[in-house]
Design a protein around this ligand. Structure first.
Ligand code: A2P
Length: 356
């Protein structure tokens, strides 16, 4: 069986008498620390754009007591990836890959890989955090943005879904505003970076005039469905309803790809049930974990894709009334789609699991 971690597995070490307060209740992470046991975590799709970003975020988090194994397709088997100051060997993902007892796995290898391997991993006791859309709308799979619905993580039955990138960055401001003013209707218009389409998207933009995205704005992300919406637009609508736990919320969306390398920008128009105060809304947004309010129009300051690149937070600006309806508000929301829209959110879920 492939072992990509160059360091040997730590053996369980018995706890020294007197080091644990038997009356205190310890977290699982603390108990693992006492036993010097390492969590085994698989990163599936480690060679991809999101996979590489997951590795960066994990390096920044620098979890102790976690041992990683990196997986990708046969094509990458044996490749070396520098991670945590050393070289890791990429393992080929196989049906028996989870036999060696993984605690957790982050999958970022597309829907078909997830559909095949995530249930196998879960059946072996590994909790999977999956980045694809394969399981997101399944009723027994929690769809998690930790700042919004962290408590649902523990309802998992072996698979937890990471939402669509455009949805993740939207629901942070929406949740705090919904708690205060009760959202009635949302109109999404997105301006999405090519990195959202993986390596292929970046290569397309880099190929210049020969590509689809150069000097263009393409109102199609993913395939068209029977109702004339794209699958991406449906993801935004359906996933927002699930995460906010408002199955009947009125939402419409137009998702477009723009020639920006990284970071999705979104215009979000919201109608509320109750009166909204712009200053108060800004204060609520400013005081929300994971949001950075960037809104100073006197100095032409608002969130910009180029500036947000590399950040884990969601940036919100252009907060203003929509005077065309009774209780309307407009927002401009930008986030690094590879980080908060994918890798960071998945690693945050992992962090909740290992600290539990
Ligand atoms: P590989 O690089 O070996 O093809 P991106 O979306 O940026 O192209 O990344 C997709 C990721 O999913 C890559 O790491 C890719 O590995 C991985 N992947 C694709 N198919 C499989 C598969 N069948 N098994 C494991 N990993 C896969």
């Amino acid at each position: 069986m492939c072992q990509s971690n160059p360091e040997p597995m730590a053996q369980n070490v018995s706890v020294k008498p007197g080091t644990i307060d038997t009356k205190k209740s310890y977290t699982k992470f603390e108990r693992m620390m006492f036993m010097n046991k390492k969590y085994k975590v698989a990163i599936v799709g480690a060679t991809g754009l999101v996979g590489r970003t997951i590795l960066k975020v994990l390096e920044e988090k620098n979890f102790q007591n976690v041992e990683y194994t990196l997986f990708a397709s046969e094509k990458s088997a044996g490749k070396k990836i520098e991670f945590l100051g050393t070289n890791y060997i990429v393992c080929k993902l196989e049906e028996n890959s989870f036999d060696s007892g993984f605690d957790f796995a982050i999958f970022s290898a597309g829907g078909s890989t997830a559909l095949k391997y995530a249930p196998i991993a879960a059946s072996k006791g590994c909790v999977v955090i999956d980045n694809s859309s394969a399981f997101r709308m399944k009723s027994d799979v929690p769809l998690i943005v930790p700042e919004v619905n962290k408590e649902k993580i523990f309802e998992n039955k072996g698979i937890i879904a990471n939402p669509n990138c455009s949805t993740i960055q939207a629901v942070l401001p929406l949740k705090v505003l919904d708690d205060k003013y009760k959202i009635k209707r949302i109109v999404y218009s997105t301006y999405q970076a090519v990195s959202g389409a993986g390596k292929k998207g970046l290569e397309d933009l880099e190929s210049g005039e020969n590509g689809k995205f150069y000097n263009n704005c393409v109102p199609q992300i993913d395939v068209f469905l029977d109702d004339g919406y794209t699958k991406e637009e449906h993801k935004m609508i359906d996933e927002t309803r699930k995460i906010l736990d408002k199955p009947d919320l009125l939402i419409t969306a137009t998702a477009a790809r723009v020639p920006v390398m990284n970071c999705h920008s979104e215009s979000i128009n919201i109608e509320f049930e109750t009166e909204v105060d712009v200053y108060e809304a800004k204060m609520l947004l400013q005081n929300t974990d994971g949001i950075i309010l960037t809104d100073d129009i006197d100095n032409n300051i608002y969130p910009l894709a180029r500036k947000v690149d590399g950040y884990n937070e969601v940036f919100v600006g252009r907060v203003r009334r929509d005077f065309s309806v009774r209780n309307g508000l407009n927002l401009w929301v930008v986030a690094d789609n590879l980080r908060k829209g994918a890798a960071t959110n998945a690693v945050q879920i992992l962090e909740v699991l290992i600290n539990h």
